[in-house]
Design a binder for this molecule. Structure first.
Ligand SMILES: [Fe+2]
Ligand SMILES: [Fe+2]
Length: 297
């Protein structure tokens, strides 16, 4: 099995600065969505999304899912923005932009990556609400982007990334281990590097860089801990990149649990069994939605 030298991987990442599929539609939309939410205009969001047929279709699939609050009741992007509000539409549009970030000739099925991103995003928002975390919308965005480095790795070195991924799946170990082994660099480091280069917000960079090692986070530690716990939960269930990792986890003794507890005392009262049961049903809908988005667009 080829082992990509770390230096070579870093050189490939240097060139990942321009993402071709981002250029036409997604970049202006993402740029617009970076403004504070209350200054966004319905007409402009609608116009930017409607420029592309497949992006429009994807946004409507998400808007019509019970996961975002509606049940098959909107047929236009404008209707979705008006019915769901700008906050939800911001989540939907950002999610669809991310779902479009698949390199051409992708050597693996990217569906599992999107299921994981969307699953962690939705579960993080739900978990944040359940434990009284002050900003559930931020939790959604951080959940969506926490494995940003994985997508960048897939762009920079598709074949080698697919090897690392397949090895993780067949040996049921965390992806980070096989990335180190095969690529010489793992997704938190890649994500941090590109996130900083592209001026992502500091809290998102902390999540991207430290969700596998929460104690190293220097700020926004509660957010990092929250995403880390939900990521772990998803990796133990149906949306962990398509395979459950081969280990036992006791959430109460995880460092992330203690960190989050310091900010959200309600976490102590959380009924884990009930929560994980609810999550399983929730995540089945995530899988249905991702396959719908991919099949029809
Ligand atoms: Fe990760
Ligand atoms: Fe993850």
């Amino acid at each position: 099995m080829a082992n990509l030298n770390r230096e070579l991987m870093l050189r490939k990442l240097e060139k990942a600065d321009h993402l071709p599929s981002l250029a036409a539609v997604v970049a202006p939309l993402l740029q617009y969505l970076r403004q504070p939410i209350d200054s966004l205009q319905v007409n402009e969001v609608t116009r930017l999304i409607s420029q592309d047929e497949s992006l429009t279709a994807q946004c409507l699939h998400l808007a019509n899912s019970p996961l975002f609050g509606l049940r098959g009741t909107v047929q236009t992007v404008r209707g979705a923005v008006l019915n769901l509000g700008m906050r939800r539409m911001h989540e939907i549009a950002t999610s669809c932009c991310l779902l479009n970030l698949t390199p051409k000739d992708c050597p693996m099925d990217p569906t599992v990556l999107w299921e994981h991103a969307l699953g962690v995003a939705l579960a993080s928002r739900y978990f944040a609400q359940s434990v009284g975390f002050p900003d559930p919308d931020k939790a959604y965005l951080a959940g969506l982007l926490h494995d940003f480095g994985v997508i960048m790795s897939l762009w920079a070195a598709p074949k080698e990334f697919a090897q690392a991924f397949n090895k993780a799946v067949s040996s049921h170990v965390p992806l980070i281990e096989t990335e180190e082994e095969i690529l010489g660099i793992s997704h938190p480091e890649i994500g941090r590097m590109l996130g900083e280069r592209w001026h992502m917000p500091a809290d998102l960079i902390q999540v991207i860089a430290f969700h596998h090692d929460v104690e190293k986070a220097t700020e926004h530690r509660a957010l990092v801990a929250l995403i880390s716990l939900v990521d772990l939960l998803c990796r133990m269930s149906a949306v962990g990149y398509g395979y459950p990792e081969d280990r036992q986890v006791e959430f109460g003794v995880e460092p992330a649990f203690q960190l989050l507890l310091a900010e959200c005392p309600e976490l102590k009262q959380l009924d884990w069994e009930r929560f994980t049961f609810e999550m399983e049903t929730y995540l089945v809908e995530v899988q249905r939605l991702v396959s719908l988005v991919y099949r029809r667009s």
